[in-house]
Design a protein around this ligand. Structure first.
Ligand SMILES: [Fe+2]
Ligand SMILES: [Fe+2]
Length: 194
């Protein structure tokens, strides 16, 4: 358990629910420790869409992992389980940043230095926040608030600017046609012939 007193835990869940309503996170009713409580889980929002196929797919996976961590914390999964999910989140975030930065290099994004600096800063903040869980075994709700802020600020603002640039850039991303074709095949559950 991350928090020793049930009272503190329930108070923080309630507080977090209020914060998440402000962030536009939709409520879900869950049976939590034999009590019906209103829980808010991180979820995909229309404002996160950039209309770039690769960026949007990676962001959807990012939100899915944030949500997985959110659910694990709020439904009282074991410490070991939560910390393993933390590793998933950290590794996927690094992967996603590299992927976006490659798009910047391939399309000569003028804002590349600033955006990479923001990624570096976010990784430091993420490591600090996740370190609170890993080392001190506390503050799980702070981590969830941090992830919610990240979604609303970075994805809905900075990544929108990048996607707009990539869409209109003269220098095209490497193998860009692969993204929509491959993803469409997955959605349609087509198999690629041998
Ligand atoms: Fe992103
Ligand atoms: Fe980004």
């Amino acid at each position: 358990m991350f928090l020793t007193a049930n009272y503190s835990r329930n108070f923080i869940i309630t507080l977090s629910a209020v914060i998440n309503i402000k962030a536009g996170i939709v409520p879900t009713t869950q049976n939590y420790r034999n009590r019906k409580v209103r829980l808010m889980y991180i979820q995909w929002k229309k404002s996160y869409e950039t209309n770039h196929p690769l960026i949007d797919v990676e962001h959807r996976l990012l939100v899915m992992l944030f949500r997985k961590l959110d659910v694990a914390i709020k439904t009282g999964e074991t410490e070991t389980t939560v910390l393993r999910i933390v590793q998933e989140v950290k590794r996927y975030v690094k992967f996603h940043f590299t992927s976006e930065e490659n798009l910047m290099y391939e399309t000569n994004y003028p804002g590349i230095e600033g955006h990479i600096a923001i990624h570096t800063h976010l990784l430091v903040d993420l490591n600090n926040m996740l370190g609170k869980l890993t080392i001190h075994r506390e503050f799980p709700e702070d981590v969830l608030d941090f992830l919610s802020d990240w979604l609303t600020n970075h994805i809905a603002h900075h990544d929108q600017l990048l996607a707009k640039h990539v869409t209109n850039a003269t220098d095209r991303p490497v193998a860009e046609l692969i993204y929509p074709e491959y993803l469409q095949a997955i959605i349609a559950q087509d198999s690629i012939p041998d």
